[in-house]
Design a protein around this ligand. Structure first.
Ligand code: ADP
Ligand code: ASP
Ligand code: MG
Length: 413
């Protein structure tokens, strides 16, 4: 007998028929002798619909109200899934974030979980019920409803699994597992059977939305194994664990992120403290900056250009701040470009291999794709390019690094 947490994403609870499949699957698992906790997302498209309505009212709606609104999507799913289990003769109880005391900080729309009271879920299980917990939501120290950022039900699931010491956390989604790149963009993508937390963390942070980044961080911290699998079949998916066996794979995956916009500050005075002031004011307002490039001023020059990327969802707030800064800097010009994508290659083996970045640049150049910015870490290389090249770049890198052919050939570039 095991304690199983199963998280179902938007497509998996996207209709009453799909909810029936979820309920049947959960009941099968329970009847096999397991205790079952379901974490459910909003029905597919619902969170976008809710946020869209808010943005029709205001370009910058108040974050607290955004969370009150967005959390309703998961409330609907939790109730409907619990009712579906009951209609099939099973016992179930829906539980909202505040009812299982998912305590978060007060960073509305991107809150982080501090603690969870596992006892609330356990007592439901002790009564023989399937616990159906609304994903994505929590409660801050003042009792306000918070949400955990897009894709946050993954994080709810891992946090609940850690709190109740579940044997496994299944993330049940619309693809068969974690692939070498997004299978919906690259037909030759292959399913990965096992992947390390570290690589998954990097893939998630670079845009592979199959798992929210924070869920992988939590899983790594608490040693929760995540099994990513499909709700459309019973195939084994991908195990995300403390796996070391992939060291030899130079490039394990390709990711892309269309969620950022480029901001360029032109003619910024080139003296100490200026960059600190610009980014300080963004940080104070919780706008996180990803890639940053400062071009050196030419010999004898007095100004420089600063380019950086921010989340598109933060762009309106960023514009207000950055334009005020530019005015203070004596009229530096500001330009914005939302038509960009960040494509990245990831692999633990990059630590010990040279020439991977240059192979990436060659593959993009061969497709005539211009690189606008580059960033690297020990186990990844990212390039910023025009968004119209997304599919082309992902496929060229994926197949160029041999990922279509299976492990062991990766990294030949
Ligand atoms: P859910 O609603 O179940 O949480 P998501 O849409 O958040 O599902 O995540 C699943 C999607 O992630 C897939 O449909 C796929 O398009 C995308 N994806 C991106 N990169 C990958 C990858 N490397 N492996 C698998 N899926 C990926
Ligand atoms: N419904 C939320 C979203 O669309 C959370 C999730 O699906 O994980 O981002
Ligand atoms: Mg998701």
């Amino acid at each position: 007998m095991a304690l199983v947490v199963q998280k179902y994403g938007g497509t998996s609870v996207g209709s009453l028929d799909r909810m029936k499949v979820v309920a049947e699957r959960a009941l099968r698992c329970q009847r096999a002798g397991n205790d079952v906790v379901l974490i459910v997302s909003a029905m597919s498209g619902e969170t976008n619909r809710l946020l869209g309505m808010a943005h029709q009212i205001s370009a910058t709606p108040e974050m607290r109200e955004m969370d009150v609104l967005a959390a309703t999507g998961e409330q609907v799913s939790a109730a409907l899934v619990a009712m579906t289990v009951q209609a099939l003769g099973g016992k179930a109880r829906s539980l909202l974030g505040h009812q299982v005391n998912i305590q978060t900080d007060a960073a509305f729309t991107k809150a982080r979980i501090n603690t969870i009271e596992g006892s609330k879920v356990r007592s439901t299980l002790d009564r023989g019920e399937i616990a159906v917990v609304a994903g994505f939501q929590g409660v801050d120290p003042d009792g306000n409803i918070t949400t955990l950022g897009r894709g946050g039900s993954d994080t709810s699931a891992v946090a609940v699994a850690a709190a109740i010491k579940a044997d496994v956390c299944e993330s049940v989604t619309d693809v068969d597992g974690v692939y070498t790149t997004d299978p919906n963009v690259c037909p030759s993508a292959r399913k990965i059977d096992r992947i390390s937390y570290e690589e998954m963390l990097e893939l998630a942070s670079l845009g592979a939305k199959v798992l929210q980044i924070r869920s992988v961080e939590l899983a790594m911290k608490y040693g929760v194994p995540i099994h990513v699998r499909s709700s459309f079949n019973d195939n084994l998916g991908t195990m995300v664990t403390n796996e070391e066996g992939l060291e030899s794979v130079v490039v394990a995956g390709v990711a892309y992120d269309k969620g950022e916009a480029k901001v360029q500050l032109i003619n910024v005075p080139d003296r100490p403290g200026i960059v600190a002031a610009i980014f300080g004011s963004l940080a104070d307002r919780n706008v996180s900056v990803d890639m940053i490039i400062q071009s050196p001023s030419r010999e004898g020059g007095t100004t420089t250009d600063v380019t950086f990327t921010v989340a598109k969802t933060d762009l309106t707030r960023c514009k207000n701040l950055i334009e005020a800064e530019a005015r203070q800097l004596g009229g530096a010009a500001v330009e914005y470009d939302p038509d960009i994508v960040k494509v990245s290659i990831v692999g633990l083996g990059m630590r010990s291999h040279a020439g991977i970045a240059s192979a990436m640049f060659r593959l993009l150049a061969a497709e005539g794709i211009n690189i606008q910015a580059i960033s690297t870490s020990e186990i990844k290389v990212s390039c910023l390019i025009h968004s119209k090249y997304t599919e082309l770049a992902v496929r060229a890198l994926h197949d160029g690094f041999g990922l279509d052919k299976g492990p062991g050939t990766a990294g030949q570039g």
